[in-house]
Design a binder for this molecule. Structure first.
Ligand code: ZN
Length: 600
């Protein structure tokens, strides 16, 4: 029997789930001795989890350490070469608001697969249209933008910043200067400043690297590329890696920022961008193994006595088959996280809505998380899908209930989409073709009906008293929508806005209190990255564990904005596979006080 959890707050639930995981992990790791956080002397690289499988003796001089760093980096490049992770860059162009500080005035979104085999190449999930179309500019520009005709962001540039130097990371091209030891999270690091040698050529890394002090893998790089050509500009980056599998630190996050808002500055470029990599463990699909890989789903015969399906039962099985096909295909393309703890939180909210509204459905409603940043939801069969970015920016459980109620209303009203995907031939496409081959957009009449039904359900639910915050979220979205068209462009479901105007659940916005950026205790929407953490290796999502940081000025709010990354680095341990906590942005009440380190 399901129970109503009326009083249970979303975050409390999340913390509970995490506490349970922690207990489980503790008991699992109890027999082992805890490893010292940072051994002064590198221990023999034998059977320790997270250690590189090498038999090399511990270096005794700094020169030997540098040799090892170079060796480890080349080893990582080789290790990653057969892989084709997903790379997503979300960029906000900034303008100076006298009161709010730098705020977004336009945005750009790139999503693709990186091919790390020979050099670094990428193929995009998004069709070559709209404002971010690649107009045949210098495609292979590293980490920068071209300014031949106008400023043009190069998605490949962001991808490039995962390695120091793909081809020539060695003593012939770089000078290494040891700076000091420093902890990043739980990991003690050696810090080096890198400068390219005089004749090293263009596009060489200039900046600082952090190297963990057991195997000497690079865990963070912060700087830029030196000597741009006349028609290009290299931007600054802060690139982080996570120890998600034994022996390797996997590139996970890159933060980039440009812009000078000091008095009298005349720099035309001002933006901040987050690049995330995931799907390292995805299968590479070629046209050939596409056909052998495809799993033809058959409907399970789980009825106790074999019986023929009535026409209605057949219709439902058909929809179930379509739903299973779509979910499986999206997961295989790296666009849907495997089922996990975040789903349990979403499902509890759905249950609360269902029970208080006496909704009885023939099959349970499931929820899943899209791994991408743009704010979107859709449902296929009885599965509700919500994007990672949307969960990030929702301020509380009431606003989450609003989002889920709209999709639940579609299901309750029988607005089924996607039954065409019960035909398995329609699942035969390349991962990059996902957005061209799948779509779950309702007609405007169904959208209006779902909004109406959703508000009815919310008013009869435990969330009836919490709809002010949901309405404030709609208002904040409306205030920023004209500047955030890329973040608000849905790729599979219905848009939440049309031409800069919010179209979903507007009634709740109308009845909400006035939006006031100056009120420090009014948090209408959160920055991106503050809620959901995505594991780049296995695509699992979990709720970020972060202490709330008090908001002290209106500029701390940063609704819908990107912020720097500051993951808490930890070494891989067999007891807990996801090995890092992103304190990238914020929690319910606040924004982490993390400012980008200037590269100099
Ligand atoms: Zn809808």
């Amino acid at each position: 029997m399901r129970k109503v959890m009326i009083t249970m707050n979303w975050m409390v639930l999340a913390l509970l789930a995490l506490a349970m995981t922690a207990v489980a992990q503790q008991s699992a790791s109890a027999p082992q001795n805890p490893q010292p956080v940072a051994a002064t002397q590198p221990a023999p690289a034998a059977a320790q989890p997270g250690r590189a499988p090498s038999n090399l003796a511990a270096p005794t001089t700094m020169d030997q350490v540098v040799d090892r760093v170079i060796l480890r980096e080349k080893d990582l490049i080789k290790f990653l070469s057969p892989r084709t992770p997903i790379v997503e860059t979300y960029l906000q162009d900034l303008t100076q608001d006298p009161q709010l500080g730098p705020i977004p005035h336009d945005d750009h979104y790139f999503l693709g697969r990186m091919d790390l085999s020979e050099s670094i190449d990428r193929s995009d999930y998004l069709e070559g249209k709209g404002k971010d179309k690649d107009e045949g500019m210098e495609k292979h520009l590293l980490g920068g933008i071209t300014k031949k005709f106008k400023f043009q962001y190069q998605p490949l540039g962001f991808s490039w910043m995962i390695f120091v130097d793909r081809n020539d990371f060695d003593r012939q091209h770089y000078d290494f200067r040891y700076v000091r030891r420093e902890f990043l999270g739980d990991v003690r690091c050696l810090v080096f400043d890198l400068t390219p040698k005089k004749d090293a050529g263009r596009g060489r890394f200039l900046g600082r690297i952090w190297v963990e002090d057991q195997d000497f893998s690079i865990v963070r790089l912060n700087g830029t590329y030196a000597r741009p050509s006349r028609n290009s500009y290299y931007f600054h980056m802060d690139s982080w890696r996570l120890n998600l599998i034994p022996g390797y630190w996997i590139p996970a996050y890159i933060y980039s920022e440009e812009g000078d808002f000091t008095a009298g500055a005349k720099n035309k470029i001002a933006f901040k961008a987050q690049t995330r990599m995931w799907g390292y463990n995805l299968k590479t699909t070629t046209a050939n193994d596409e056909l052998t890989n495809i799993r033809v789903d058959s409907v399970k015969d789980d009825t106790p006595t074999a019986q023929d399906a009535t026409p209605l039962a057949a219709e439902r099985e058909w929809q179930q088959q379509a739903e299973d096909n779509v979910i499986e295909r999206l997961e295989r393309a790296g666009l849907l996280a495997p089922e996990g703890d975040v789903d349990k939180i979403l499902q509890t909210v759905v249950n609360n809505l269902e029970i208080t509204n006496n909704i009885e459905l023939p099959r349970p409603v499931r929820t899943r998380v899209l791994t991408t940043s743009p704010l979107e939801t859709f449902s296929v069969g009885n599965t509700i899908v919500v994007s990672r970015g949307l969960i990030d920016v929702l301020p509380d459980e009431g606003s989450l209930a609003m989002v889920l109620a709209h999709e639940l209303a579609h299901i309750v009203l029988g607005h089924n989409l996607g039954s065409q995907y019960a035909f398995n031939d329609r699942m035969l496409f390349s991962d990059e073709g996902t957005y061209q081959n799948l779509g779950f957009k309702h007609i405007p009449e169904e959208e209006a009906a779902a909004d109406k039904k959703a508000i009815e359900m919310l008013k009869a639910s435990p969330y009836a008293q919490k709809l002010d915050s949901a309405g404030l979220f709609i208002k904040a979205l409306q205030a920023r929508a004209p500047q955030l068209s890329a973040l608000l462009q849905a790729h599979l479901g219905n848009n939440i806005t049309e031409n800069g105007t919010v179209t979903r659940m507007v009634q709740l916005g109308d009845s909400a209190p006035a939006l006031d950026w100056n009120k420090l205790d009014q948090i209408a929407a959160l920055p991106l990255g503050g809620r959901v953490k995505l594991n780049p290796w296995d695509d699992k999502v979990e709720i970020v564990k972060a202490q709330p940081v008090a908001i002290t000025s209106v500029r701390d709010k940063m609704p819908f904005e990107v912020t720097p990354f500051f993951p808490r680095l930890t070494r891989y341990s067999t007891a807990s596979a996801p090995a890092a906590t992103t304190a990238a942005a914020s929690t319910t009440t606040a924004t982490a006080n993390a400012s980008p380190t200037p590269a100099n």
